[in-house]
Write a protein that binds this ligand. Structure first.
Ligand code: ADE
Length: 226
């Protein structure tokens, strides 16, 4: 998979890709992440990428021209499955969307800033608008990092034990059951006996029951969507 990220803050974005699972995925050649600084595409002398809103109103708007030039250049190089815009009024990201998108070959992610982008960018270039939740961030960059993390860990071969992504919370509309490690007794706080019983069928049943209980208590809405 190739991910092209268009941003005015590439320096803000790099470090999450230089650690842990995303770093390993890049090193294994399973994903390429390229940052494009929008300022490199602006044609005006001040190198600005934003301007005042037509009709007045507070907040600057990201201009069409640099975004057009950047996306048009990228699209001349290869086909993209989606051109994604990170925005609080987009479709809220969930595991199902991440599963689908993890199978894509090439995607562009545009990070918005200020008040947002000129509507003509959305009308003519964007194929998918994604929000990471009902709150407003200072820009799309952190949302783009969240999206990349959710996608990259699902690419086959990224996680050493592939089943560990399959047993993640949300994969089957259930939250994960509780997990424990040694010691089995810490200050009298004991691990549930079944987990140390060595009886795998019982352990599996216990995990399923706990996942269901946990989901029912915390996120009953997930059970309704089955
Ligand atoms: N940009 C600003 N807020 C955002 C959000 N909640 N999700 C995605 N991009 C954003």
């Amino acid at each position: 998979m190739r991910i092209d990220i268009i941003t005015i803050l590439p320096e803000l974005m790099r470090s999450p890709f230089e650690a842990s699972i995303m770093k390993r995925a890049i090193e294994k050649g399973l994903v390429e992440v390229h940052f494009h600084n929008l300022r490199d595409y602006t044609k005006n002398k001040q190198k600005s990428v934003d301007d005042y809103q037509f009709g007045g109103g507070a907040g600057m708007v990201m201009m069409v021209q640099p975004i057009d030039d950047c996306i048009t250049f990228l699209k001349s190089q290869r086909h993209y499955d989606e051109v994604i815009y990170m925005t609080p009024d987009g479709e809220t990201l969930n595991q199902k969307m991440a599963n689908t998108m993890s199978m894509y070959e090439n995607i562009i992610i545009l990070c918005g800033h200020y008040k947002g982008v000129d509507q003509r960018v959305r009308d003519h270039f964007i194929t998918k608008e994604i929000s990471i939740g009902d709150y407003v961030l200072s820009g799309g960059e952190i949302g783009a990092i969240v999206l990349c993390d959710a996608l990259i860990r699902l690419i086959p071969g990224v996680l050493s034990d592939e089943t560990s992504a399959l047993t993640d919370s949300f994969q089957d509309n259930l939250l994960s059951p509780p997990i424990y490690t040694r010691p089995a007794d810490y200050k009298g706080w004991k691990v549930p006996e079944v987990l140390t019983s060595g009886h795998f069928a019982k352990i599996e049943k216990w995990r399923e029951d706990m996942a269901y209980e946990h989901t029912k208590n915390r996120r009953p809405d997930l059970l309704d969507n089955e």
